[in-house]
Ligand binder design. Structure first.
Ligand SMILES: Cc1ncc(COP(=O)(O)O)c(C=O)c1O
Length: 412
């Protein structure tokens, strides 16, 4: 799109400041980045996005995860449009709820049943409710620093919440089985659930793969103390393995939380669970006005089927590997030591010795100026829409950004 409207983002921010607290809030608030970050976006297509000023970006954030097949993917849009033509928010779910649940139970070996909602936080919260209903216990083991959502029980900011809302959390260090066992011992006999992400993907830090022995150890610990093992696959789900992110390790959770990529941008989340917890799940009062809308369910069914049919994970791995290799060569050529962590399809890059992330911020801002949208302290996301040509276009931008960084710092 060549049409640009300079100043539109600034004027929208000015108007927003009068009618929205702070003009914008939450994780998409551009004010928490550098001024280079646009706040408003007007269009997405494949792996490209356009901001309100008309500038085009190769999108390496995928809307913080939801876009897995690319913006406006035809199969998803057709399924959503066909459902929309029939109705969306009705007096009950559409038949598509059953079709989607059947597809998920067929796809995910740890799943015998599915409950639907809207956001990842709904799913993590609902999973804990099932675990508590099943065990009659209150406590939940959570990894220190892990993100599980934005409700009072798990939000990283305590503003507007009470200590009582987090009183049942007991922290353990990720990838440290002894630490997890000690946390379980501390909450002896009271643990309803052990909550874990499939790998360590905390903001501001290099990502860390899960130690398979740790994952197996958590499974054994949960069994030993009679707690539910809950995998928070909200961020990584469908990108690493459509069967569930710990399936390749042979570790099956009792409950799994899903959202983000599940509907390729449509608002949907789910908890899947094992038969043993079906009865407890049935006892919850857990619902919402929009939770059973049919359009996002049709979109999710099309997304999961398309990912399967096109080999989506392999496509994302290919794009991510190409990006990682290109970035490594560029960083070396420009005299920077960088660390690239996480699976290639959920990547992040940090600069050696950049504890304050100053270099990372400058580099990310320079990438934006060069038409590449990525994040200075949160992992990025690849989609199945990133072709070799798109990755090469992104790499042209990142190379120019490294050159700008070199002009400023002269290398490491
Ligand atoms: C691992 C994990 N769990 C839960 C959530 C919460 O999801 P949502 O923002 O859709 O409520 C997120 C969101 O980033 C996440 O990354």
């Amino acid at each position: 799109m060549s049409h640009t409207t300079p100043g539109r983002d600034a004027s929208l921010r000015e108007r927003a400041a009068k009618v929205v607290p702070g003009g914008m809030y939450g994780h998409l608030n551009a004010a928490i980045f550098t001024p280079a970050y646009p706040q408003f976006f007007v269009r997405g297509e494949g792996c490209r996005q356009w901001d309100a000023d008309g500038r085009e970006y190769v999108d390496l954030m995928c809307s913080w995860g939801p876009m897995i097949l690319g913006h406006r993917h035809p199969a998803v849009e057709e399924a959503a449009a066909a459902q929309r033509a029939q109705g969306d928010c009705l007096n009950g779910p559409g038949p598509v709820m059953v079709e989607l649940a059947e597809l998920m139970v067929d796809t995910i070996p740890s799943a015998d049943w599915v409950m639907f909602s809207k956001n990842g936080t709904d799913a993590t919260t609902q999973a804990l409710m099932v675990a508590r209903a099943a065990t009659g216990r209150d406590k939940v083991l959570v990894a220190h620093g892990a993100y599980h959502g934005a409700d009072p029980w798990c939000t990283p900011s305590t503003a507007g919440t009470t200590a009582a809302e987090r009183a049942d959390l007991v922290e353990y260090p990720y990838n440290d089985l002894e630490g997890a066992e000690a946390a379980a011992g501390y909450a002896d006999g009271e643990v309803a659930a052990i909550l874990a992400t499939p790998f360590k993907h905390d903001s501001f830090e290099d990502q860390e793969p899960v130690d398979p022995a740790f994952a197996r150890g958590l499974r054994a610990l949960a069994d030993r103390i009679g707690a539910a093992l809950v995998l928070d696959d909200v961020r990584a789900g469908f990108r690493l393995d459509p069967r569930g992110s710990w399936e390749p390790l042979g570790v099956r959770p009792d409950l799994t939380a899903w959202s983000k990529a599940m509907g390729n941008g449509y608002a949907i989340a789910a908890v899947t669970g094992a038969d043993a917890l079906r009865g407890a799940a049935q006892t919850l009062y857990s619902t919402g006005s929009f939770w059973f809308s049919a359009v996002p369910m049709a979109a999710a069914k099309a997304t999961i089927e398309t990912l399967r049919d096109i080999g989506g994970v392999a496509l994302m791995e290919r794009a991510g590997a190409r990006l990682r290799e290109g970035l490594a060569a560029q960083a070396a050529a420009h005299g920077f030591t960088v660390r690239q962590t996480g699976p290639v399809q959920i990547p992040w890059l940090s600069f050696e010795g950049d504890a304050t992330l100053e270099k990372g911020m400058h580099w990310a801002s320079a990438c934006l100026e060069e038409g590449v949208y990525l994040h200075p302290w949160h992992n990025w996301f690849m989609s199945a829409a990133h072709t070799d040509a798109d990755v090469d276009r992104a790499l042209a931008g990142t190379d120019a950004a490294f050159a700008k960084l070199r002009a400023r710092y002269g290398g490491d």
